[in-house]
Design a protein around this ligand. Structure first.
Ligand code: S3P
Length: 437
C-alpha cells in the first residue's frame, strides 16, 4: 500500500498523453488471440488489469510479446484454438477481464477457474453466468456466484437470443465473445446502448455482425486473420486531468489522442453543460474509433441535474464528476446509478463518506448522490480507497483545490488503469506525493 497525498496546486499547464483505453486494450488482446497470425497493438494500456488479460490469453495458447512501451504483438490461435489453462486465471481487480474471458471460454470444451482480489471477489457474476448458461456452459462459484468461480465450457454450444436485464457492456461483450465459437446466430438486445468497442473490434476483424436498433447479432465460427490495432488514450483516464484543470485557477492544458467514442463521452457533455471550457481539436478516425485532442481551461462551474439516460456513457466518471461538482455553484444531482454500488467499490457510499470527511456537503440516495458545491473546501482527511483506482484518483484530484491536503490510504491501486498518474499530474503542476515524504 502506498499512502499518497495531494495539496493545493498552482495552475496546471502543458500537453500530456494519458495511457491507452482500458476497455479497448482488453478487447484488443482477446481479439488478437482469436485471429490466426500475428496482430500488432499500438498504444496498449500497460495497467495491471490489462496485463492480467494478456497473461490469461497466454495461458490459453496465445504468444504475447512486448516490443516497446505500448507496442505489443499477439500471435493468435484462431477461433476454436484455445487450450485449457493449467492454472487458475488470476484476474486481479478487473471485472472487465473476468467477465469478458468467462464469456470467451464458455464455448470451449474445458474448465477454467477464475480468481481475483478482494474487490473482484465481491462483485456479482450471476449477470454473466445466467446468459452464458443458456449456451450450455456450467458454472460453480462462491456464495452468490462470486469468484473463485469455475466455468465448464461446452463442446457443442447453442446460439442464444438474450435481452439484457441491466445496461452492461461487460455482459453484452461476454455473450458476443461466447458467440464467436458458437455455430449460428447469437443475438443480444440492450435496454440502453452501452460502450460498443466489442462490436467495433468485431467489425475491424471481419466478424459477421449486424446491428438493428438495440439488437446485435453475430454469426459464429468465422475465420479471422491478424490485424493491426491502435488503442486511443482512455477518456476515463483523461477525466482526471480534465477536472483538475477545471477546478484549478489559471489552468490551460491539452490531452492528446483521446478516444471520443460517443458511448464514452458523457462526462465531457455534462461538464460543458456545467459551464466548462472544454474543446475538442484535431478530431479524426483511427481504427474505427473517433479520437481528438481535448483542450481544457479553468472554468467556473454550475451544478446541474445529470440526465438519467446519460449514465451508460459516463458510468465510470461519477466519482470524478462528484469532485467537479464539489467546486460548482449549487447542486449537482446524480441519480439512476445503482450500478455504481457494484463497481470496484460501492462508489456511492465510498464517495459520500470521503466527500463528507473532506467537508463537502453531499446527500446519499439509494441510486446516486447530490453534491452541493462551495468555493472553499477544507480537505484535511484521509480517504480509504477500498481497492478502487477511481476513488484514489478522484480524491487526489479533490486535494488540488482544498484548503488542507487530502490523502488516500492506498495509491497503489491506481496501477490497475493509470500507470504514471502521479508523474503525469505533477508534470502539469499538481503536488501529489507519498505521505511519508
Ligand atoms: C466496461 C464496462 C463498464 C465499465 C467498466 C468497463 C467494459 O462496466 O464500468 O469499467 O470495458 O466493457 P459495465 O458494463 O458492467 O457497466
Amino acid at each position: 500500500m502506498t499512502d499518497l497525498f495531494s495539496r493545493k496546486a498552482r495552475s496546471l499547464t502543458g500537453t500530456v498523453r494519458v495511457p491507452g483505453d482500458k476497455s479497448i486494450s482488453h478487447r484488443a488482446l482477446i481479439m488478437g488471440t482469436m485471429a490466426i497470425g500475428q496482430s500488432r497493438i499500438s498504444g496498449l494500456l500497460e495497467g495491471e488489469d490489462v496485463l492480467n488479460t494478456a497473461q490469461a490469453m497466454n495461458a490459453m495458447g496465445a504468444e504475447i510479446t512486448r516490443e516497446k512501451e505500448g507496442d505489443w504483438l499477439v500471435h493468435g490461435v484462431g477461433i476454436g484454438g484455445l487450450i485449457q489453462p493449467e492454472k487458475p486465471l488470476d484476474m486481479g481487480n478487473s471485472g472487465t477481464g473476468a467477465r469478458l474471458i468467462m464469456g470467451l471460454v464458455s464455448s470451449y470444451p474445458f474448465q477454467t477457474v477464475f480468481t481475483g482480489d478482494a474487490s473482484l471477489s465481491g462483485r456479482p457474476m450471476k449477470r454473466v453466468t445466467d446468459p452464458l448458461s443458456k449456451f450450455g456452459a456450467g458454472f460453480s462459484g462462491a456464495e452468490g456466484m462470486t469468484l473463485p468461480l469455475t466455468v465448464t465450457g461446452i463442446m457443442d454450444p447453442l446460439p442464444i437470443e438474450y435481452e439484457l436485464p441491466v445496461a452492461s457492456a461487460q455482459v453484452k461483450s461476454a455473450i458476443l465473445l461466447a458467440a464467436l465459437n458458437t455455430p449460428g446466430k447469437t443475438t443480444v438486445i440492450e435496454p440502453t446502448p452501452t460502450r460498443d468497442h466489442t462490436e467495433r473490434m468485431f467489425a475491424h476483424f471481419g466478424v459477421p455482425i449486424e446491428i438493428n436498433g438495440k439488437a446485435i447479432t453475430v454469426t459464429g465460427q468465422p475465420d479471422l486473420t491478424a490485424r493491426e490495432m491502435w488503442v486511443p488514450a482512455d477518456p476515463s483516464s483523461a477525466a482526471f486531468p480534465t477536472v483538475a484543470a477545471l477546478i484549478t485557477p489559471g489552468s490551460d492544458i491539452i490531452i492528446e489522442n483521446v478516444g471520443m467514442n460517443p458511448s464514452r463521452t458523457g462526462l465531457y457533455a455534462t461538464l460543458r453543460e456545467m459551464g466548462a471550457d472544454i474543446s475538442f481539436v484535431n478530431e479524426r478516425l483511427e481504427c474505427g474509433e473517433s479520437v481528438a485532442d481535448i483542450h481544457v481551461r479553468h472554468s467556473k462551474l454550475t451544478g446541474i441535474t445529470v440526465p438519467l439516460g446519460r449514465a451508460p456513457s459516463m458510468i465510470d466518471e461519477y466519482p470524478i464528476l462528484c469532485i467537479a461538482a464539489s467546486f460548482a455553484k449549487g447542486d449537482t444531482v446524480m441519480r439512476g446509478l445503482s450500478e455504481l454500488r457494484v463497481k470496484e467499490s460501492d462508489r456511492i457510499a465510498v464517495m459520500v463518506s470521503g466527500l463528507k470527511a473532506c467537508g463537502v456537503t453531499v446527500a446519499e440516495h439509494e441510486d446516486g448522490m447530490t453534491v452541493t458545491g462551495s468555493d472553499s473546501i477544507k480537505g484535511g482527511a484521509q480517504v480509504t480507497t477500498h481497492l478502487d483506482h477511481r476513488i484514489a484518483m478522484s480524491f487526489l484530484t479533490l486535494g488540488m483545490g482544498t484548503d488542507r491536503p487530502v490523502s488516500v490510504d492506498d495509491g497503489s491501486v491506481i496501477e490497475t488503469s493509470f500507470p504514471g498518474f502521479t508523474a503525469l499530474m505533477n508534470g502539469l503542476g499538481a503536488q501529489i506525493g507519498e505521505a511519508d515524504q
